[in-house]
Design a protein around this ligand. Structure first.
Ligand code: NAD
Length: 381
């Protein structure tokens, strides 16, 4: 069978779903690899690089979608792309199945099989295919780098002949995958790093990375905001108020605030209010990784960088993985390659779409003319 990767069609998207290295692995599974001309260019992979790795470069998207049996891409497919699917094809991509009824209906109508990368169950066996985590890891790292780039001082404290420099203070709100990557980056750059999460079980992880976990003055049992699957639940009004009071206390001290707090299938909770921004020192930076879902900071503008009247920079970019396209493509292409490994147990270049397999079933949102989203809960944890 042939696996093909088209050029991403969303403006500003630099990632690509196959690298020359992942293509070599896919060929070992028995597949022929195709790529649309210039699909890897923005991520640093030329047509010649792919050709050298045994990949056939196809001139147009139309030819690629027609020729490939399996199409792998990064971003949710457009209507025009979905219309190119046919009964025998499999699409592997981010798909946003919870908010993409029209896309699901079109996939059903076409009778194609669709694997949505954000639906890979978060069980140990599937970690190698967990594209949400691989991209969140990059976003967390890049958020700190972006903050540093907009911050006029060092992260680490220094005593130099020219004077003493205090270390920067960084607060990370939300210690999931992106938050932990931000904490690791911040501490390794030498900043004094604080972190808060509604799930108290992450405190140990935060502390083991050299950061300080922020506790609230709140009844301990009620402090636990964990829900099933390691995710957070919506906080009670009392807890939310205690959280805001703590942040209000910290705001004047913090140089950099990275917010990453999310609750599945909801708008981002508002945790950094306008008066907290006002209380921050001029030159401070906020990077709001929840901007896509409305933002944790009241003043965030999605996809923009703004500077407030009191000199606080607020960054609401939602394309951090695409800003590190080579790294992001390498990790995403590996996630895809591992998915293909599970889909090809015989290494014979043929997809075995095993709907009894927890991971494959969990990620499949359309199959043989049926919508198969949402999936049943996985059997193995
Ligand atoms: P996420 O992106 O959904 O949320 C980010 C963080 O925000 C979470 O830690 C959440 O607790 C926190 N949060 C929510 N409301 C908050 C509030 N009001 N204040 C402060 N923080 C708030 O989360 P994620 O990065 O996808 O990770 C969620 C969990 O899933 C983590 O426990 C992670 O370790 C786990 N996980 C497991 C696997 C696996 O087992 N394969 C893979 C990835 C993630």
């Amino acid at each position: 069978m042939k696996i093909g990767v088209p050029k991403e069609t969303i403006a500003g998207e630099n990632r690509v779903a196959m690298t020359p290295e992942s293509a070599a692995q896919l060929q070992k599974l028995g597949y022929d690899c195709l790529i649309q001309s210039k699909a890897g260019e923005a991520a640093g992979f030329s047509d010649a690089d792919y050709e050298a790795a045994g990949v056939t470069v196809v001139k147009t998207a139309a030819a690629l979608w027609k020729d490939a049996d399996i199409i792998a891409k990064v971003r949710e497919p457009s209507e025009a792309e979905l219309k190119r699917l046919t009964k025998d094809k499999t699409l592997i991509s981010f798909f946003n199945p919870g908010g993409n009824e029209a896309g699901l209906a079109l996939a059903k109508e076409k009778g194609a099989n669709v694997i949505a990368m954000e639906m890979v169950p978060r069980i140990s066996r599937a970690q190698k295919m967990d594209a949400l985590s691989s991209m969140a890891n990059i976003a967390g790292y890049r958020a700190v780098i972006e903050a540093g780039n907009n911050f006029g001082r060092f992260f680490t404290g220094q005593v130099t002949a020219a004077g003493k420099v205090p270390p920067a203070k960084v607060l990370v709100v939300g210690a999931g995958v992106a938050g932990l990557a931000a904490i690791g980056t911040s501490t390794s750059l030498g900043a004094i790093t604080y972190a808060f999460d509604v799930r108290p079980e992450v405190a140990e992880q935060v502390e083991s990375m050299g950061a300080e976990f922020v506790y609230l003055d709140f009844d301990e049992e009620q402090q636990d905001g964990s829900a099933s699957g390691g995710y957070a639940s919506v906080s009670s009004p009392e807890f939310h108020a205690a959280q805001l009071a703590k942040f209000r206390e910290l705001a004047p001290e913090m140089d950099i605030v990275i917010t990453t707090a999310l609750i599945p299938n909801r708008e981002a909770p508002e945790l950094w209010t306008a008066d907290m921004v006002e209380a921050m020192k001029p030159g401070s930076v906020i990077v709001d990784l929840a901007a896509e879902k409305g933002g944790n900071c009241k003043l965030t503008k999605k996809d923009e960088k703004i500077v407030t009247k009191n000199g606080v920079t607020i960054i609401g970019y939602t394309d951090f993985p695409s800003r590190m396209a080579t790294q992001a493509s390498t990790l995403y292409a590996n996630n895809i390659r591992h998915m293909m490994t599970d889909l090809t147990p015989e290494k014979d270049g043929k997809v075995n779409h095993d709907m009894d397999d927890d991971v494959i079933r969990g990620a499949t949102v359309a199959y043989q003319g049926e919508i198969t989203f949402p999936p049943p809960p996985p059997k193995i944890q």
